[in-house]
Design a protein around this ligand. Structure first.
Ligand code: AMP
Length: 422
């Protein structure tokens, strides 16, 4: 029997895994600089959590959930996104609510049953930040600034911020009806999916990528013309705040996003080199969600970044080189194998050390040592002058050191000189 990785998923192998670690480290330090702290929620939650927040009529809930029953018949779902779980946790844990606003982030895999293609997977990783407890435009600006800081930190500066407002519970229903009326008039020009959306989720028509829908969409009324006074004022304040931070943005009235909980500000950041799937990530306000979950009135805003997309956008050149060991310990006789292990252990810490575990001949070990790219080979058993050291790059026997401690100090000093380029 032959097993394969499930469709829409992938293995992240050594080489690439170091790029992921690098990205994770960079992101964590950016989050820390802005005062955001990590929350790790479970990978699955009660199904209703997502149905009630992401929205019954969305593609995510209708078509993309990985839902299963556990042995007691509970309906559980692999998380398709990180905001709803984080809000659940925020309400469940007083410690998270102790600070207002709460600045939180998450990082981890999400699951959506989507049609796999370049940059789109069924298990993908997101980094997300959430700011709970501020309705002010400064919070919106901080979010977008943090988002850009993370991208800039991994070398991605050629990006575009798309900005829109979806209104709130006062003006959005009005807009929804006006857009439904408009698209109903043009129903014959819409694709099959959009005809369905007309009933369930007319706003999503604005987001349709089918070319035949484009001309109808272009003529649709703009959400920005139907904002109520408060939403319009908030949108103006957000634009002013971004300008104050010298963050360029493009107002994009067609930007609607795929989740229902958004209110007012929504945004996406696009990278020029990503092609069709060019959104590195996006986010927005969700001023009603905490209340909808039975919590106190808590306006909030967040974003999430797709890590696969971010890695695609940053390109190979920004990644760290594959690591090479400093030392390979070579045993010259078969019964020195454990002495080799003990010596390798004594060298580790300041140094990375590898050792043969296959009982290979000393010749084979030397070949293996040079294949690993190790700078030095050291030999056991210890000779009369101590541990012999060979510089693999120069092909020279360099020294013998009397003890493991002396050897470690000598090698560490050399390694630091080599790394400093001397
Ligand atoms: P969303 O949670 O839908 O707002 O998506 C936020 C970001 O997550 C997107 O801009 C993508 O970068 C990433 N993303 C969403 N869905 C997928 C997917 N199926 N595969 C890979 N990345 C995804």
């Amino acid at each position: 029997m032959k097993f394969q990785v499930p469709r829409g998923t992938r293995d992240i192998l050594p080489g690439e895994a170091e790029r992921w670690q690098w990205l994770e480290d960079r992101t964590r330090s950016a989050m820390a600089l802005y005062g955001y702290r990590e929350v790790r929620t479970p990978f699955f939650e009660a199904t209703d959590l997502f149905v009630r927040s992401v929205g019954e009529a969305t593609d995510i809930v209708r078509k993309e959930l990985y839902t299963f029953q556990d042995r007691k018949g509970r309906s559980l779902t692999l998380r398709p996104e990180g905001t709803a779980p984080l809000v659940r946790s925020y309400l469940e844990n007083a410690a998270l609510r102790a600070e207002s606003p709460a600045r939180l982030y998450y990082m981890g895999p999400m699951f959506r049953y989507e049609r796999p293609q370049a940059g789109r997977y069924r298990q993908f990783w997101q980094i997300g930040a959430e700011l709970l407890g501020s309705a002010r435009a400064e919070a919106d600006a901080e979010m977008i600034d943090l988002f850009r800081a993370i991208l800039a930190d991994v070398g991605l500066t050629n990006v575009t911020v798309l900005l829109n407002s979806l209104g709130d519970q006062v003006c959005r229903p009005r807009y929804r009806e006006s857009i439904r009326a408009y698209f109903t008039k043009h129903e014959n020009e819409l694709c099959g999916d959009c005809k369905e959306r007309l009933e369930t989720n007319p706003l999503r028509i604005l987001d349709c990528k089918v070319p035949s829908c484009a001309p109808v969409i272009a003529g649709a009324p703009s959400v920005l013309d139907s904002l109520c006074e408060d939403c319009a004022a908030h949108f103006e304040a957000v634009k002013r705040a971004l300008t104050a931070l010298s963050i360029p943005y493009e107002v994009t009235p067609r930007l609607v996003r795929g989740l229902d909980y958004y209110t007012r500000t929504v945004f996406e950041i696009h990278a020029a080199n990503l092609g069709a799937q060019n959104a590195v990530g996006g986010g927005g306000r969700y001023d009603q969600l905490v209340k909808d979950f039975g919590g106190p009135d808590t306006p909030a805003i967040g974003f999430s970044i797709g890590m696969e997309r971010l890695l695609l956008a940053t390109g190979e050149e920004s990644s760290p080189p594959a690591p090479k060991p400093d030392v390979c310990v070579v045993s010259l006789t078969p019964d020195a194998a454990m002495e080799a292990q003990a010596l390798a252990r004594a060298l580790r810490g300041p140094l990375t050390a590898l050792v043969d575990v296959n009982g290979r001949s000393s010749n084979a070990q030397m070949k293996w040592a040079s294949k690993t790219g190790a700078r030095w080979a050291v030999f056991v058993p210890k000779g009369p002058e101590g541990y012999a050291v060979r510089d693999m790059a120069k092909g020279l026997d360099e020294t013998a050191q009397p003890t493991a401690d002396a050897l470690r100090r000598w090698l560490t000093e050399r390694r630091d000189l080599v790394e400093a380029g001397r």
